[in-house]
Design a protein. Structure first.
Length: 200
């Protein structure tokens, strides 16, 4: 008879009681071992990789409020375009109350005039009447009216300030004019429909 089969049959020498004790001990040990394997089967399985901690779980540095190239350095001026719009009067001129070398002078814009031109009285107010030499010929509808070259320290019209403006002083001039030596210092200017627009 096969040895395995003899294990399941009662031992004739030890009797039925001894065989029963052996069977009980064997099957108890086998059952306990099977239970242990089933209860801990996860230990014998390969564990899936643990996902890395999301970035949100780590400490987050405060965001930069704005790209550096968009930040204006301290102390650096920011220049924007300014505009001034003037309506021409019945005589065709756009008039302003200008400040020349600190003196208030009523002047007319004249896009056809080559120079800023001051009457002798306005030149005296602006403090530029000393040692005048009338050496620049200026042609007008009434003939030649020579002008004396001067340098104006500053011409101010509202918020617009132009320093070091070439000008002339003219005899027999009806009123002072803001001509091209002022206008060409601006970003742009144009007269349209009786409206003069200055940009700087």
């Amino acid at each position: 008879m096969d040895r395995n089969n003899r294990f399941l049959e009662p031992d004739r020498g030890s009797g039925m009681m001894g065989w029963a004790i052996k069977q009980l001990a064997f099957w108890s040990i086998a059952g306990f071992a099977l239970y242990a394997v089933l209860a801990n089967r996860q230990l014998f399985q390969s564990s899936p990789p643990v996902p890395a901690q999301p970035a949100a779980a780590r400490a987050v540095a405060p965001a930069d409020p704005a790209p550096r190239e968009h930040l204006q350095p301290l102390g650096q001026a920011v220049y924007v375009t300014n505009n001034l719009t003037l309506r021409a009067q019945a005589d065709g001129y756009a008039w302003v109350d200008a400040v020349v070398n600190g003196a208030s002078i009523k002047m007319a814009f004249d896009t056809g005039a080559s120079y800023v031109s001051l009457t002798e009285a306005d030149a005296q107010r602006a403090g530029v009447t000393g040692n005048l030499v009338y050496s620049i010929p200026i042609w007008t509808a009434n003939g030649t009216n020579p002008g004396a070259p001067v340098m104006l320290r500053e011409v101010r019209v509202g918020q617009l300030v132009i320093p070091n403006v070439n000008a002339i002083v003219q005899r027999n001039l009806a009123h002072s004019l803001l001509g091209q030596t002022f206008l060409h210092r601006l970003k742009s200017f144009h007269m349209e429909g009786g409206t003069l627009t200055l940009s700087w």
